[in-house]
Design a protein around this ligand. Structure first.
Ligand code: MD3
Ligand code: FE
Length: 213
């Protein structure tokens, strides 16, 4: 590809100690990931979870893998059963597990064998408030995140909720690996601007691969 006047974009960008953006890492596999995702969603449709405080999340979620992240009035948990269907979550597609393992390796971590993949769907206006992911028992394993569809502004803070946040644009095919000291950083997603993505339509999809136990 031709570089523009400003040179090529940085594709591998260290965000913080332990956090690496692998720009476009999932692009060659995007079609395969989207096809596998369609099968998961056919078995476990997207739904808007309720927070323990009683609010309906603007992001719609589903899961695949041995366990899935769920929230309701009683709290958050990883659960092997989809509460909507009463059945186990769909198995993690091979293309998903391979991507997570390859990205962790490319970022310099030991091979990641995730047991959960949380899938977030953002429609225009949807956002994710600043939070930490600390419900996983194995905090030494990194989280791998894959962005598909419309670009979003990701907010990345520090270990304290009040630390200043940086804004990072995440686009179709970008993969971020979060480990080491960055694993417990506060983070969120700004309200999704409207738009239309040629392959994915009017939405952003985010996959996060986790080792929860
Ligand atoms: C940094 N998802 O599902 S992915 C989440 O874009 C979540 O849907 C966002 O935060 C999304 O919990 C962000 C990037 C991400 C995921 C987990 C992290 C960044 C992280 C855990 C620790 C530090
Ligand atoms: Fe998170």
């Amino acid at each position: 590809m031709m570089d523009d006047l400003f040179g090529s974009e940085p594709r591998d960008l260290p965000l913080a100690t332990g956090a690496v953006v692998l720009g476009g890492f999932a692009l060659p596999r995007a079609d395969a990931l989207l096809a596998a995702l369609r099968e998961v969603v056919a078995q476990a449709p997207f739904r808007h979870l309720i927070t323990p405080g009683g609010y309906r999340m603007s992001v719609a979620m589903t899961n695949c893998g041995a366990v899935g992240w769920v929230s309701d009035r009683s709290g958050y948990r990883y659960d092997p059963v989809d509460p909507e269907s009463g059945r186990h979550w769909p198995a993690m597609p091979e293309a998903f597990a391979a991507l997570a393992a390859d990205a962790a390796t490319a970022a310099g971590f030991a091979r990641l064998v995730p047991d959960a993949c949380l899938i977030n769907r953002y429609e225009p206006g949807a956002k994710l408030s600043l939070h930490q992911d600390k419900d996983e028992l194995d905090l030494d394993a990194p989280i791998v995140s894959v962005s598909l569809g419309l670009p979003a502004t990701f907010l990345f803070g520090g270990l304290s909720r009040n630390d200043r946040t940086r804004r990072v644009r995440l686009s179709h095919g970008d993969v971020v690996v979060w480990g080491g000291p960055a694993r417990l950083a506060y983070h969120g997603v700004a309200p999704l601007p409207d738009g239309e993505h040629p392959q994915v339509g009017r939405q952003r999809l985010n996959l996060t691969f986790r080792k929860t136990r």
